[in-house]
Design a protein around this ligand. Structure first.
Ligand code: GLY
Length: 390
């Protein structure tokens, strides 16, 4: 009797999952991104003009220089588009926008963003093409990032130039541990691995609150090197939940779990996801901060949804039991489906893949606009999902 009940439940779950998977045509959405990336690349004739956002009322990317923290995402988009299509013209564009970022790897570290800049560009380029000249640049970038590590705190100093908080560590920085893990596995020092692990451990007890919501920034005392408090920079308030911060945490801890095999990192990623999913509105894409008092009139953040979806797909690949696997995979698919709906896809409206991201709300900057990292993680999520299905 119990066995029969178990079989029925399993069958129902399986049917529900299959139906869910069929609703989203992943290949069609990947083709949409590939075609758009290819045609936009042809319009960007200077190699130091990197798409960053599309301001309200405009249809083309506002570009930025190679030193901007977002510079790696556009070559990253092109590498993903090349990976999906095998189109040599896209590969040439990816190479053209990757090369200028080399200087970031070899000049002194301005902040933790070296990871975003070099790993999304050179990292994807090396993974996809095996181009040996890229390898040294990635290794150099990891060494440069590691100069910001403070062993007395056990974290990387995210923003060296911040005058108020001399040792600060932000949730976004979790993403850039991937560069260190990669380097340690590919000829770099073992120390890079140890730094990444210690950073992730320290953030578990400082950036992450007991209820598995999270702070954006952790502040450490520069005499005792102890954790002082959590504050916000891009969120609504110190004790609120900035949506993208939580998403960086989900992705970051899932990636750390993959790299180390550690169950505590995986559990952390799962709990961060559970909080994120429990706070989503009925129409799924998160508001920029879950605690903005103007909700439901507050702007959304499609980028947070895309980053979180990638993290949840990674979790689904790491957890062992089938029900939990499906739980995180389906949560990711729900996010990707809503990003792929008419409300969020840009279509012919402008050069981006996605509408409705929010960059820095407290500064009044990039509110409810297309932003390049939303496109990057959206395409990454689509490719990850396609890979899992195959
Ligand atoms: N500070 C990086 C971000 O806006 O998420």
């Amino acid at each position: 009797m119990r066995t029969n009940l178990f079989l029925v439940i399993t069958l129902l779950l399986f049917t529900a999952c299959t139906v869910k998977e069929n609703k989203l045509d992943v290949s069609e959405k990947i083709n949409y991104c590939v075609d758009k990336a290819k045609s936009v690349a042809q319009t960007l004739d200077a190699p130091d003009k990197y798409p960053r956002n599309i301001p309200e009322g405009k249809t083309t990317w506002k570009t930025t220089g190679v030193r901007d923290w977002t510079s790696g995402f556009w070559p990253g988009v092109l590498w993903y588009a090349y990976e999906a299509s095998g189109d040599d013209e896209i590969r040439k564009q990816a190479e053209r926008f990757t090369q200028p970022i080399e200087l970031i790897a070899n000049t002194s570290a301005r902040n933790h963003d070296i990871g975003f800049m070099v790993y999304c560009s050179f990292g994807n380029g090396y993974r996809i093409t095996g181009n040996e000249t890229y390898k040294q640049t990635i290794l150099d970038a990891a060494d440069t990032l590691a100069t910001l590590y403070n062993p007395k705190v056990g974290t990387i100093l995210s923003w060296p130039k911040n005058k108020h908080y001399q040792h600060n560590t932000i949730m976004d920085n979790m993403m850039n541990l991937e560069l260190l893990f990669w380097a340690a596995k590919n000829g770099g020092s073992q120390n890079l691995y140890d730094i990444a692990v210690k950073h992730a451990e320290t953030c578990m007890t400082t950036l992450i609150r007991p209820d598995f919501s999270s702070y954006h920034v952790a502040i450490f005392d520069t005499l005792t090197w102890q954790f002082v408090k959590g504050v916000t920079h891009q969120g609504y308030a110190d004790d609120s939940q900035w949506a993208r911060g939580q998403a960086w945490g989900i992705y970051g801890y899932a990636m750390c779990a993959r790299e180390t095999g550690r169950a505590d990192f995986l559990k952390t990623a799962q709990k961060l996801s559970d909080v994120f999913n429990s706070r989503l509105p009925e129409d799924v894409i998160p508001f920029w901060d879950f605690d903005d008092p103007t909700i439901p009139n507050a702007p959304r953040d499609a980028s947070a949804a895309a980053v979180a979806a990638c993290g949840m797909l990674q979790i689904s690949e790491l957890v062992k039991d089938e029900v939990t696997k499906e739980k995180y995979k389906n949560a990711a698919i729900t996010l990707i489906e809503h990003l792929s709906s008419e409300k969020y896809l840009s279509g012919d409206v402008n050069q981006a893949f996605l509408l409705h991201s929010t960059g820095h709300h407290p500064k009044g900057s990039e509110i409810d606009v297309p932003i390049i990292y939303a496109d990057y993680y959206y395409l990454e999520a689509l490719l990850k999902l396609k890979g899992i299905r195959e």
